[in-house]
Design a protein around this ligand. Structure first.
Ligand SMILES: NC(=O)c1ccc[n+]([C@@H]2O[C@H](COP(=O)([O-])OP(=O)(O)OC[C@H]3O[C@@H](n4cnc5c(N)ncnc54)[C@H](O)[C@@H]3O)[C@@H](O)[C@H]2O)c1
Ligand SMILES: [Zn+2]
Length: 365
């Protein structure tokens, strides 16, 4: 089992531990029991995760001496909204939860974001613990304390920073994850390699097949390494004021593709395309050697995340979406670009023409 400590500025929020391993729920339960963060726990899971893993997880935690009751949420991105938060809060009240209660978010990023947000506002804030079950949640959303929901006007527009008391990552959960969800999660690990860890990038290159097969020995290297990178960046910049922006590598064009396709292109594939485009822009602007761009593109193809963007999505439409990017500042599209694999930087001004050319390049199979 790996342990990673997230050290945060004490004036803002407390530090916490990320436990990573296989079949570690019993160890996680002991930690919750020992720390006594809450006298009753309410485990929130979406319908899919609840039926696959809810009862078993609750039972393991109960055998560590915890009081655990299950609350079920609807599954999917469409459930990431205020209504779901309010019905979760309603469920907590019905079961008699109070300020001494805690929430356990068991599931993917949607459950973590919704349940974490509910924990941040229930009785002005109660503790919560993350038990992520998707690859996206294990290497990304469960770490960093960002919680929240979507509005009709856009994604993640309401939320709070609320750090979990602990994150318990049991990689065995990944075995039941649908293939497309799993691959989508790999986009974030590829991103970590590109922005911070050329060694991880090399492991992904040389072990791509094994990783696609969910070989647990390989995942035991890739998952903790990814978590360390996210935690390192979050520690320096808990509130996303500066360096945390490099986590948006590939996400500027990625988000535009997601929105322009109305969600038909899933997040991981959209970010993968965005990373190739960002590499292309970096090369065009004279920062990134062509060889690095080719390696990035090659790895994305090997892990099955490369899809040419469909002709039905016009380049103009995609580029115009960028203007509405909330990461944009003062009228220019701000991009995270690369000097080489492992060396990202934030560039405030990329011309529309260069962006359009990079998008066009994504049409080739
Ligand atoms: N808070 C953050 O910092 C942060 C970071 C990245 C992403 N996010 C958010 O996370 C969300 C995406 O997360 P996600 O991809 O995990 O989505 P998700 O939570 O919707 O999970 C994807 C699907 O997989 C199912 N599932 C989950 N675990 C499973 C398992 N072990 N076996 C079988 N099925 C399983 C779920 O029921 C769901 O249908 C987005 O809303 C995104 O905005 C948040
Ligand atoms: Zn992402």
């Amino acid at each position: 089992m790996n342990k990673i400590k997230v050290n945060l500025n004490r004036r803002i929020s407390a530090s916490y531990e990320i436990l990573i391993g296989r079949n570690i729920l019993d160890r996680g339960g002991m930690i919750l029991q020992r720390n006594n963060w809450a006298d009753r726990y309410f485990l929130a899971a979406d319908e899919t995760v609840a039926s696959l893993h809810g009862e078993r997880t609750a039972e393991i935690l109960r055998s560590a001496g915890l009081s655990v009751e299950i609350l079920t949420l609807p599954a999917g991105e469409s459930a990431k909204k205020m209504d779901t938060v309010l019905s979760l809060v309603g469920g907590l009240l019905r079961l008699g939860a109070d300020r001494a209660s805690g929430i356990i978010a068991l599931g993917g990023g949607v459950t973590g974001d919704v349940a974490g947000f509910a924990a941040s506002i229930f009785m002005r804030g109660i503790p919560y613990v993350q038990i992520p079950t998707t690859l996206v949640a294990q290497v990304d959303s469960s770490i960093g304390g960002k919680t929240g929901v979507n509005l009709d006007e856009g994604k993640n527009l309401v939320g709070a920073f609320h750090q979990p008391k602990a994150v318990i990552i049991d990689m065995e959960f990944l075995r039941t994850l649908p293939e497309r969800e799993y691959r989508n999660g790999l986009a974030e690990t590829v991103k970590y390699g590109i922005i911070d860890d050329p060694g991880l990038f090399e492991v992904l290159e040389s072990e791509a097949e094994k990783i696609l097969e969910r070989d647990m020995d390989r995942l035991s290297e890739v998952v903790p390494r990814s978590c360390s990178i996210k935690k390192g960046i979050v520690e320096i910049d808990e509130r996303e004021l500066g360096i945390r922006k490099i986590l948006n590598f590939g996400h500027t064009i990625g988000h535009a593709l997601e929105r322009e396709s109305d969600g038909a292109i899933p997040h991981g594939e959209a970010v993968a395309a965005g990373m190739i485009a960002a590499a292309h822009i970096s090369e065009k602007m004279g920062y990134l050697p062509a060889a690095d761009r080719l390696r990035i593109e090659g790895l994305i193809r090997r892990v099955g995340l490369y899809r040419p963007i469909p002709p039905s999505l016009a380049t103009e439409g995609i580029v115009s979406r960028l203007r509405y990017d909330k990461k944009k500042k003062g009228g220019e599209v701000s991009f995270v670009l690369l000097k080489k694999i492992g060396i990202p930087f934030s560039n405030g001004a990329v011309e529309g023409e260069v962006i359009a050319e990079a998008v066009e390049a994504l049409r080739k199979a």
